[in-house]
Write a protein that binds this ligand. Sequence first.
Ligand code: SF4
Ligand code: SF4
Length: 366
Amino acid sequence: MIFKPFKDISLSRLGMGNMRLPQRFDLPENPIDREKGREMIDLIMKSGVNYYDTAYVYNGGDSERFLGEILADYDRDSYYLATKFNYGANPDYKAVFEEQLKRCNTDHFDFYLLHAVGDGNYQDYIKCGCIEYFKELKKQGKIKYLGFSAHASHEVLRKFSDLEKWDFTQIQLNYYDWLFGGAKGEYEILAERNVPVIVMEPVRGGRLASLTPEAEAVLKEAHPDWSIASWAFRWVKRLPQVQVVLSGMSNMEQVRDNLNTFSDDRALTDEEEKLLFKACDMFKSQIQVPCTGCRYCCDNCPSQIDIPKIMTVCNDYRINGEWALHGLRDSDKPTPKDCLGCGECTKHCPQGIDIPALMSEMREKL
Ligand code: SF4
Ligand code: SF4
């Protein structure tokens, strides 16, 4: 395992994210599978990983409880524990903190974060008084380092970053969001302020663990022995402001692959980054429906479906997964479920998109 100094301690470059641990779907409330989880954590711990990230809301609290159980087997000084206060889940920050200490079977947290600060809630975090309270807990030694995780616009991230002298920040950072989202700007805001960055979603919730066959071929030709996911980790390693890269590991195969990737300092070279960006471009263009939003298809639809809107949701779903479907599921407007498969739309589509096939694909998901 490779390490990087952080203030007066040393943190492993790979951190264990405890949001996607294996679960027992055969039991009520689907608790974390203790046996499988323990096997993973034991190997991760043995390999030198010393950063463990959880949150009040992960697995409805079971993630914190699981860590409390398993980490009790290890010397408290052999790892660093990070958890988060989520205002939306429970605004009573004093009660939440006490509950978290009990759940995690500890008397302090090494890293403590305000969770998912965004444009819609950052004022709540400022106004509720929790920041002053957590700063007081820091003085008492119950919190060692105070930071926040963000899913915010650049403007709000800038504002929140300047609010306090934060010890660290956690953001979503991966090559896809660097090229096509706001990650580059977020990273630069934090780098300008010299705030250490803990990376979440380096493989975009697993979406970058496999690409399209053509995009993967570009990467495999350069390094046949590297997994596709490891390219994402090696890319993040290039960024000097990055402190710890979290991976929400779900099985032993991912654990072994990640431990291998972080067994040395080898990051992508400039040439390899170019290849990765080329593969990312190919991946995006191949998974995206090439709808231009011209609406030529709409007038002839007997079900009056807003077809370009459905194409947008389809694209969102292919890169962002389930959450992209919520709007459609709750919609009172015609959805792919109302498609008759008549094909009238495709006759008018200048892009030659097989709309009935996509409607059918989307119907299956709703
Ligand atoms: S195939 Fe479906 S989306 Fe296309 S025109 Fe017919 S009903 Fe509308
Ligand atoms: S006609 Fe084709 S390109 Fe135009 S909005 Fe409809 S699906 Fe999209």
